[in-house]
Write a protein that binds this ligand. Sequence first.
Ligand code: NIG
Ligand code: FE
Length: 424
Amino acid sequence: MKADFIVENISEMATAAGRSPLTGTHASDLRVIRDALIASHNGRIIYAGPRKAADVEVAHGVRRMDAGARAVIPGFVDSHTHLPFAGDRSNEFLMRMQGRSYQEIAAGGGGIVTTVRATREISEDELFAISQERLDRMLLYGTTTAEAKSGYGLDLESEMKQLRVLRRLAASHPVTVISTCMCAHDFPPEYRSSRDEYISIISDQILPAVRQAGLAEFFDIFVESGVYTRLQGEVLCRRAASLGFLLKVHADELSDTGGASLAAEVGAVSAEHLLFASEEGIKKMAAAGVVATLLPGVPLFLMMDRHAPARTMIESGVAVAVATDLNPGSSYTESMPLIIQLACFRMKMKIEEALVAATLNAAHGLRRAHEIGSLEPGKWMDALILNSRSFIDLVYHFGVNPINTVIKRGRIVVGNGYLKKDRK
Ligand code: NIG
Ligand code: FE
């Protein structure tokens, strides 16, 4: 097979390998190859390794990209975002800055439902436009695949509107978008005192309609005190699975509600947050192969001293992924580099572990590890050229955007830190 695209003059290529998540003592198994070359054909990698060993046939008109003696890593996989939302919650943020807690604000009628009201009101085209801007920003910070959730509609039509926006983005934006129906993000204001009724609407109307329209691959639910109980979580997860959804669970974010073990029992692909996960829950996740998607932007933004027990999870054999949780209430950032930095500084992950968690393990959390998450023959050519010679600078040189160039399926979509304007 002849290469139609070659990236050369790579000071070091740092990538995980394989199609399965890296766990335990292998969680930091990053291959670092100096003086590397990567070649692709039709957007798929055909060679990624030492330049000297490269035996690549070159097609007529091959495009050559000089990496300028800088480091190359796989594109980031942001496996947990609440991308399509309207409005902002800066007023609640200011209340939090004065000492009010996230839970107090939610109990007082703010929080998620504030964004629900704004998202219900906005037109589909406007929601598309603001979500597209956020996705552009994600791309500039190196995200080449993103999961995105509904959950700010909380009625059939508004959930479908959010998911249709995601479908349009998936068709038009360079970032690969994978959709999750999170109609169980909270209870809508109109069903706050008749919660069972909304649960029936989810079971009998929203989930079947979303499935029938093919608008989401995953179902996600917020199991937390004051939101969905563990039992409600179990009932809805089983219903969603019976309709063919893969499962994710927002678990043990603000208190231990048994979410980690629930995720294991219902066969979820991943459990998210897990700041308060019990040791027993962690063990069950390891045994069931549930990915722990850790979201260190949340305790930073909520000014909590706590962080998710990443070290215990890695030692217990749980596959750890990291993601932004981009949303207006608990983690307003599009930046995966920031999340990698927090993983190291706050959760004491090694830089290698954090990079694996943001690429291959995150890809597994979206059931995509066979095609993305590492730089290897057969996978998509989704790669980042950094501004520096070494991947260590991802964390060492913190608080700046480390991404120079983003390559998506063999096309340069960000160059010298700027978006290329032509869209897919
Ligand atoms: O992942 N935990 C629930 N959902 C989001 C917060 C959403 C919001 O506050 O708008 C989260 O933290
Ligand atoms: Fe979330």
